[in-house]
Design a protein around this ligand. Sequence first.
Ligand SMILES: Nc1nc2c(ncn2[C@@H]2O[C@H](COP(=O)(O)OP(=O)(O)OP(=O)(O)O)[C@@H](O)[C@H]2O)c(=O)[nH]1
Ligand SMILES: [Mg+2]
Length: 421
Amino acid sequence: MAELITVKSKEEYKAVIIGVKQRKSIDYSMDELEGLAIARGVTVLEKTVQTVNKINQSTYLGKGKIEELKLMVEALDCNLVIANDELSGIQTRNLEDALKVQVIDRTILILDIFAERATTLEGKLQVELAQLEHRLTRLTGKGIAMSNPGAGIGTRGPGEKKLEVDRRHITKRIYDIKKELKEADKTRRTKRKKAEKAGLPLVSLVGYTNSGKSAIMNRILMMTGKEDKIVFEEDLLFATLDTSKRLIKAKDNRDFLLTDTVGFVSKLPHPLVKAFRATLEEASQSDLILVVVDGASSYQDFHLEVTEEVLRELSLSHKERLTVFNKEDLFKEDLEVKGKDNIAVSARTGFNFDKLLGEITERLYRDELIADLLIPFERGDILSYLMKHNRVMYIKHTEKGTELKVAVKEEEYKKLKEFYR
Ligand SMILES: Nc1nc2c(ncn2[C@@H]2O[C@H](COP(=O)(O)OP(=O)(O)OP(=O)(O)O)[C@@H](O)[C@H]2O)c(=O)[nH]1
Ligand SMILES: [Mg+2]
């Protein structure tokens, strides 16, 4: 149920992007919006910005600007206008009436991309939920825009009765989806519990969309002999929608689990942040966060700001982290990556990946050694102590006793000498 149009629609979209500037420059977010439109397969013909003191509550842009835009839309023969801010139902209707083409906002565009990309049932449900919630607020706000879901672009305003039916229909569907998601969430928790039992530390890749999170994951997988487990990476905003988790076999048994996550973008629609909270919850369980930045982008400060904001929203700001400046092969000359919690890498060339892996495992296994032990049966006390307090990576009961691979502190390591295998 994509709102822009049905996802499979073959219609070609040619768009003008509009924005209003109040105080701060919006160049960046306009470019970002263009990137989003391209990711959705829309051809962007023009971008235009109006500087205002206050956004017009009923028409978004001022009267003169709308006239100018109307001419532009006609001259370019475009069939879509995309606004950089979230539009109310009224703003959308008034703009559509004036311009005679479909008008959508950033939120609808992002939701539409997500709808197109989601692959797992849970991902799809989360996006649908976000879409419906967004739609519902616009309905109650006397909005137009939606009538038959997926019925095509610019569907005109439904009558009051239709509105009521739609509202009831949407509310019911929201209820059903929430129920289904709850179930899925339960299953995931059980699965996670199992993973926790495996005792391995968890590392999450987070950061702005298209910064190379999946590429970094793939490079690490290749380095550690897991080529068959690589994930999807693509020069697209929101290439990854469903998080995936992989076991990384690192040196000295310092294994860990690595998760790839959904990329961030500015003004990420709130219903989406909410919807993906469950998926990103995994990140909240992590022992280390790798914040990935596209070090080749001139907007990297902005990307870092956006990332920080989302991390804050997800209550992850306090986590231990390593900031990874990726795409070193494309860095501008003046970029210097300094500081012990920052590292420059290139997922493309493999530059600095040994160091990256070292930095990760060093942080995960700080002051810890991996002991490979054989504990005889009569020392059940030691076994249960280790099982309770330490990270157990491997356990096998044999005729001679219990074979155990466990992370221990240095002093403990020495004390366990007689059990070394
Ligand atoms: N030149 C260069 N390109 C890279 C590097 N790392 C990743 N890329 C490219 O950048 C694009 C985005 O990479 P992804 O790994 O899909 O990015 P992502 O952060 O996972 O993106 P989302 O899943 O959309 O959030 C792809 O075309 C990659 O091939 C790098 O070090 N150098
Ligand atoms: Mg990705």
